[in-house]
Design a binder for this molecule. Structure first.
Ligand code: SF4
Length: 568
């Protein structure tokens, strides 16, 4: 058995850190691939001229990335690891004996930068991915996951007590700036607030990003009151009670991701909101439009689960010419004794419903016509109907309500039978959900280490940035690594039923007689007589030739036909 002698010779004076760090070190690759010098320009308005030299903002963001890659959950631990690792010192640009920044400086710098700088940093990683050709942009996936807060349920107390306590603590702080909540000092990088029209228009929109993901507690839905409206945590006032996967009540947040449908699976947007903010709420303005406008994308389709399938979301997306591949939550039948509305077939051309007895329900505007139209059968028709006991107890007959945007929902219902829709939903499961699993299992997103919405937004944006940097370093345009992802991209075996090939299939088989029929019509239109009466030389258009034996007068268009061909 050997015994290792502990002998440490002094380092030769000509040995530098550059030689000590292996050439294949991960941090060498990271340094070569990702230039962070842009952050100096980004944060320069936040620094005063003169004074003591500060920690370089590039070093700060490099340390944040080291935290992400090493799975470290505290700044104190981070600086201990950096002090021990040559490759990390090399990456940060600190020589062997150069003193490293103190861990407490990192906390202060993070607070100075605020969430706006972290968001801009994240967006820059997305831009880098786009420049590297990793963003496809034609298909966007939406998903959200619940993440635990760094606070226990036992810390819940009445909300008024927490708010009074916080008001006492921060009395007067920040009021001199006169800034609206959620803004930062980066006036140059944000739209001007002088534009009154823009301000008025924005005030009418619910914008979760500028509110930092905060719930508007002044808005109530009837008499319903959320637990989080009355109770708040003393430890993290923004964390709200949530329950998932059969677990007991805990405090947490909702993390929303928009992921590109390209092979690299780049995270295009990330937002943390209170846990009671449902998936569909920030979908349009904060996630879809923001992502599309910032990156100049015009997606062909967006995919999400049933939580995103609200009528408002579907209508807005479809109106923009984007296909909404979302699961639909069909409304159940509230009263099982009577026919559900789904048994009433809507005829779009004639704008009426046909009931199970085959009778017509025509538009019958009533008080709620601002939302849609109510359709009704004639009272005497319903009164004489044998199915009435199963249809309605109303003496005046059955009515059916149709929302003005229901046509868009019908369109999404029609997508459900198509292969592209099925494929998009299959792909969603192996495209977005593994990204959350990666963030939770490898990068500490199972439970946030920071507290309050602003800080957890910074933490989530940094994790999403790190995930993008990983793609930038590793993916490089290669195919997906996991078999399930590769399978989701493949065409199914029964490709003959795919919608894109259906037309070709039907054209070549079952529609052949129809094609001959239309060819014949075209011949008639051009020459004025059917092909079997051809006389060798093209005669001029014979406008007086009786084309049909159906007894109708000659069609109005020159050379036109009524379509029956009985006289040919
Ligand atoms: S009661 Fe009226 S609406 Fe209902 S099935 Fe009979 S005719 Fe149709």
């Amino acid at each position: 058995m050997g015994t290792k002698q502990r002998i440490f010779s002094p380092l030769p004076p000509d040995l530098s850190l550059e030689e000590l760090v292996p050439n294949d070190s991960f941090y060498r690759r990271l340094e070569a691939r990702l230039d962070l010098s842009f952050v100096r320009e980004l944060v320069s308005p936040l620094y005063a001229r003169g004074g003591r030299p500060s920690v370089d903002p590039v070093v700060f963001f490099k340390l944040q990335l080291v935290m992400f890659f090493e799975g470290i959950r505290s700044e104190r631990q981070l600086m201990r690891v950096v002090a021990d690792r040559l490759s990390l010192r090399w990456y940060l640009g600190y020589d062997l004996f150069e003193p490293l920044p103190d861990h407490s400086s990192l906390t202060r710098i993070r607070e100075r930068f605020g969430v706006a700088v972290f968001r801009r940093f994240f967006e820059r990683t997305v831009e880098e991915c786009a420049e590297a050709g990793l963003v496809w942009g034609k298909e966007l996936f939406f998903d959200a996951t619940k993440v635990g807060a760094n606070a226990a349920v036992d810390s819940l107390v009445p909300r008024w007590a927490v708010e009074a306590h916080l008001e006492d603590l921060f009395d007067g702080e920040g009021s001199d700036a006169g800034e609206p909540e959620g803004t930062t000092h980066l006036a140059e990088t944000l739209p001007s607030a002088d534009d009154e029209k823009l301000t008025a228009a924005n005030a009418t929109e619910s914008d979760w990003v500028s509110r930092g993901g905060k719930q508007d507690r002044s808005v109530r839905s009837g008499s319903y009151q959320r637990i989080s409206d009355t109770r708040a945590s003393k430890t993290d006032p923004d964390a709200t009670p949530m329950r998932y996967g059969g677990e007991k009540l805990r405090l947490g947040y909702h993390v929303h991701y928009v992921v590109d449908g390209g092979r690299s699976r780049v995270v295009l947007n990330a937002l943390v909101t209170s846990s009671e903010v449902m998936e569909q709420q920030p979908m349009l303005h904060d996630l879809l439009w923001r992502t599309a406008f910032r990156l100049g994308l015009w997606p062909r389709r967006v995919t999400g689960d049933a939580a995103y399938g609200t009528r408002a979301n579907i209508a807005a997306v479809e109106r923009a010419g984007i296909r909404a591949y979302v699961n639909l939550k069909e409304r159940g039948n509230p009263d099982k004794r009577f026919f559900p509305p789904s048994l009433f077939a809507y005829n779009e051309e004639r704008d009426l419903f046909r009931c199970p007895a085959g009778r017509e329900l025509t538009p019958w505007n009533s008080g709620d016509s601002r939302e849609g139209t109510r359709y009704k059968a004639k009272t005497k028709v319903c009164a004489a109907c044998l199915l009435k006991p199963r249809c309605t107890p109303n003496k005046r007959g059955r009515t059916v309500f149709r929302h003005f945007d229901e046509g868009y929902v019908d369109r999404v219902r029609a997508y459900r039978e198509t292969e592209p829709y099925q494929k998009a939903l299959r792909k969603r499961k192996v495209w977005v959900e593994p990204l959350f699993a990666e963030a939770k299992d490898w990068h500490g997103m199972r439970r946030f280490r920071l507290r309050t919405l602003e800080k957890v937004n910074m933490e989530a944006l940094l994790i999403a940035s790190g995930q993008n940097v990983k793609r930038l370093l590793d993916f490089g345009g290669r195919g997906p690594k996991r078999p399930a992802q590769a399978a989701a991209l493949r065409r199914p075996a029964a490709a003959i039923h795919e919608i894109s090939r259906t037309q070709e299939h039907r054209w070549s088989r079952s529609w052949r007689p129809t094609r001959a029929f239309f060819n014949k019509l075209e011949y008639l239109r051009r020459y004025g007589y059917p092909p079997n009466q051809r006389i060798g030389v093209h005669a001029p258009m014979r406008t007086s030739l009786p084309l049909c034996g159906c007894g109708r007068s000659r069609p109005e268009t020159a050379g036109g036909v009524c379509g029956r061909l009985t006289g040919s």
